[in-house]
Design a protein around this ligand. Sequence first.
Ligand code: HAM
Length: 419
Amino acid sequence: MSTIESPKGVKEYLPPESAEYVAVRDALSAPARLAGYGYAELPIFESTELFRRGVGESTDVVSKEMYTFDDRGGRSLTLRPEGTAGVMRAVIEHSLDRGQLPVKLWYAGPFFRAEQPQHGRYRQFFQVGVEAIGVDDPALDAEVIAIGDEGFRSLGLTNFTLEITSLGDAVCRPAYREKLVAFLDGLDLDDETRRRAQLNPLRVLDDKRSEVRRQLADAPLIIDHLCDGCAEHFGAVRGYLDGLGVAYTVNPRMVRGLDYYTKTTFEFVHHGLGAQSGIGGGGRYDGLMSELGGQELSGIGFGLGVDRAVLACRAEGLTVGLQTRVDSYLVPLGEAARARCVTLAGELRRSGVRVDFAYGGKGLKGAMKGADRSGARFAVVLGDRDIEAGVAQVKDLSNGEQIAVPLIDLVTVMKEKFL
Ligand code: HAM
């Protein structure tokens, strides 16, 4: 019969690589826990309408990349392409915004976008995210940005840059948009680019083609057209980041792929990954809650790409999370020894020692091969004569040395070696 493969572009993690993945995910979320963010486990699928309204019809994510299907009741559902809209939906639905503000939540899990797969770009990928909702304070922006920065730094990553900018708000963006549209009207652009400019003129600034880039050299930039409130907010964020010792560069041409952003936006860009260099990004989204039917409350957050952070660690030669599977490996020789070893395995694991076992009645040679392959430091060999003598043979697999340890002391001795 033919075999079945995983769907195209879907990333999966198996041992030993999965240990790296888990370590990276945990490291990226640790700084959020230190800052009092609570964990949110949210649905993998939501009403399609949530992303249409929340993320925006004009984005590639919504218009081209969603996995959308009807459920058996004819409701349109979509596999979540990002986390912010779902968090906001849950905050409104469960009235978290009626309690203490800001609401601070973190999440981790799979997200889905039907993109063209390539190195670092997958159709199912993993993010660690945070959202801080309900207080429009630039110190909160700095907190969120610093949490992302600390997550990457705690892994040992150094070859990345934090880029920040401000996208303005409902006061200054419309006037800027008009200026930009007028500027774009005067350029020699192809029809497709003109269509894009009509949908979202800001996105044209992100065009990678040199003939377009050349024409955009003098384009008006929002950072030069911020209203007083936005300029002050951005200045304060920068000051707080300086105070936190978080290095950044201002990139006034940053374009984010989601429509909800206002004011502070940021990206973490790694320099060793090629085209898919964005290892994390986020920003403020002050109109999102009301757009989704909730109160007029502000919010800020980020999503960090776990897959890309794993690749970034490898690109910088960092070994993260790769540890042996077990500390010790039990080798029973004979039935009485097997029964004794089953009990011993339980005792050792309860005391915190990681143990595997030579299952399947292998002879000594086969069992010792299994011990070597397991990565364990010690093999604990038990034969009938050992049981009579009340000892186990503990063999150090790194140098072949073997000592007899009284069975009643075995757990204590192994604990001393490993804990
Ligand atoms: P985003 O920039 O679309 O933002 O995604 C965040 C991160 O997820 C990216 O920087 C990248 O590392 C990773 N990522 C995105 N797409 C893929 C893909 N196809 N394959 C691998 N990794 C990918 C958001 O999703 C926003 N919800 C972030 C946010 C939270 N903004 C405010 N709050």
